[in-house]
Design a protein around this ligand. Structure first.
Ligand code: NAG
Ligand code: NAG
Ligand code: NAG
Length: 480
């Protein structure tokens, strides 16, 4: 509160001095939870607060997360998965129920500051073959009605995070939405506009580089390029601006040149591919943040940077599908346990702080027994890696060169930690053994899991232990 009071005279001063008035973009984060080592939501909320992160985007309306966000003052975007769109498109009653349970419940003083509901996630992705496309607008219409009925429509905005392949253009100024989406996009943008909602887009220069051998590497970053894109009088030196202006041109074409744009996802992974490493991720994210916070905007929108930028992602999610690539589990700016992977200044003037009060399992690891002939363990390795994450072992990963035995140990340990160091999970028919010496080698980190203090399993276990004690006590009592 005090900060805002001081900000006004500063802005006035800037104006009086005739300086450029910089539009303020917020650096925000995506908080995904497809993880086999889930930090407790309250630890994550504390991490957000410590780092002055004021906005987060969720992919669902997880009640445990929302409960932890209560009273935090953090602005939240909750999400509706694509699979639920059909139901909300056809049933106003279902839409009402969702809004009541997942938005309205939290909308009180000291509750959760839900500002946006993301209706679907990249529903127009080409690889979905249009299966969600036709549900988007009817679902929006029903959900909007539900918000209105509950008096939330003025405060909570519906949005649709779009993937960047919804539009195309040989150069940015020629940007337009994909022809088969043109009608839907016209309706969507009109809906967003009449509702005061921004257009949300996910932009991934990393994927451009990953998917195209000829993509000039330096064009993905923000330090200038030997391959600028010339577009009339406009020169593009980074893929992010080029991509964003392609969207701006597509929106201009539909007559919405003023529509605010929010970046729903952008980031760089740190493992699982030759272009995914700590140095590159730090360079990209810091370059992006500095670029956006300077407020220059793009050639087609000078002085107008995106309203908000949601980095992808807050934490690693090592249970995600690797269909898009092995890097998919390594997008976190923080590792699964809330430790900053590299220094990053998100506009606070200092490095990111690590999560506090993380409860780790004991410092022990499962490795391959060095005294055994390991030629017969292939199936164990496969099983371990089908449950736990082994993507760092693959080509381009941080553990790709730790050798045969190293591979086996790494897989055993990943599995052992996912199973919370359960004794039997390090057996592997006698090929595994527990060690108290950290087997990490160079950049290849052998993890120690965390205890999920909040999970149902622990709760059931503690009730069971408590029950055991009670029966012992009762029995002793009976003996007396
Ligand atoms: C609220 O959201 C959660 C999580 O996305 C979902 O499981 C639940 O079904 C939703 N509630 C309703 C009434 O749809
Ligand atoms: C990290 O990724 C960058 C960006 O693509 C690449 O140029 C560099 O060679 C990588 N570094 C290592 C050590 O692999
Ligand atoms: C370890 O496993 C990875 C992934 O399967 C493989 O690329 C690498 O060659 C293996 N190392 C050895 C020494 O077998």
């Amino acid at each position: 509160m005090e900060a805002t009071r001081f900000r006004i005279p500063v802005l006035l001063l800037l104006r009086l001095l005739g300086s450029v008035l910089v539009a303020e973009s917020a650096i925000a984060f995506n908080w995904g939870t497809v993880s086999s080592h889930r930090l407790s939501p309250s630890v994550v909320v504390d991490l957000l607060k410590q780092n002055k992160i004021q906005k987060v985007k969720l992919f669902s309306a997880d009640p445990y997360i929302l409960k932890a966000l209560k009273g935090s003052g953090i602005q939240v975007m909750v999400g509706i998965p694509n699979e639920m769109l059909q139901e909300f498109a056809s049933s106003p009653v279902a839409a009402d129920a969702w809004v009541r349970q997942n938005v309205s419940t939290y909308a009180f003083k000291g509750g959760v500051d839900i500002r946006y509901v993301a209706v679907g996630n990249e529903p127009f992705l080409t690889s979905y073959n249009g299966q969600f496309q036709s549900f988007v607008l009817p679902a929006l219409a029903n959900l909007q009605q539900s918000l209105a009925k509950l008096n939330l429509a003025g405060y909570v905005k519906l949005v649709v995070p779009c993937n960047a392949d919804a539009y195309e253009g040989a150069v940015p100024s020629q940007g337009s939405f994909r022809p088969e989406l043109s009608q839907i996009m016209t309706q969507l943008v009109s809906f967003l506009n009449s509702n005061g909602s921004p257009f949300i887009v996910n932009i991934y220069p990393f994927l451009s580089l990953y998917g195209n051998k000829d993509f000039p590497q330096d064009y993905a970053f923000f330090d200038g390029t030997s391959h600028p894109v010339m577009d009339g009088a406009n020169v593009y030196t980074n893929a992010f601006d080029g991509n964003l202006d392609t969207l701006v041109a597509a929106l201009n074409r539909l007559g919405y040149s003023q529509m605010p744009i929010v970046i729903g996802e952008v980031g760089w992974p740190t493992d699982g591919d030759i272009n995914a490493n700590l140095t590159a991720a730090r360079a990209f994210n810091q370059g992006l943040i500095n670029h956006v916070l300077k407020g220059y905007g793009t050639p087609l929108r000078p002085g107008v940077p995106p309203m908000d930028v949601y980095l992808f992602s807050l934490l690693d999610e090592e249970a995600k599908s690797v269909l898009p690539g092995n890097f998919e589990r390594h997008w976190g700016v923080f590792s699964f346990d809330g430790q900053a992977k590299y220094p990053l200044n998100i506009g606070t003037g200092r490095r990111l702080a690590n999560a506090k009060d993380v409860e780790y399992l004991p410092s022990r690891w499962c490795v391959a027994d060095p005294s055994k002939d390991l030629s017969g363990v292939t199936n164990h390795l496969k099983l371990a890696c089908s449950v736990a994450d082994c993507t760092t072992l693959l080509y381009g990963g941080s553990c790709n060169s730790i050798g045969d035995k190293g591979n086996i140990s790494y897989a055993f340990n990943s599995y052992y930690q996912v199973l919370k160091q359960d004794e039997k999970s390090c057996d592997f028919d006698g090929f595994g053994m527990v060690t108290f010496l950290d087997p990490s080698i160079g950049d290849c980190h052998f993890l120690v899991g965390i205890t999920n203090a909040n999970t149902a399993v622990v709760r059931v276990l503690s009730i069971w232990v408590w029950g055991l004690w009670m029966s012992v006590i009762l029995r002793l009592w009976g003996c007396l």
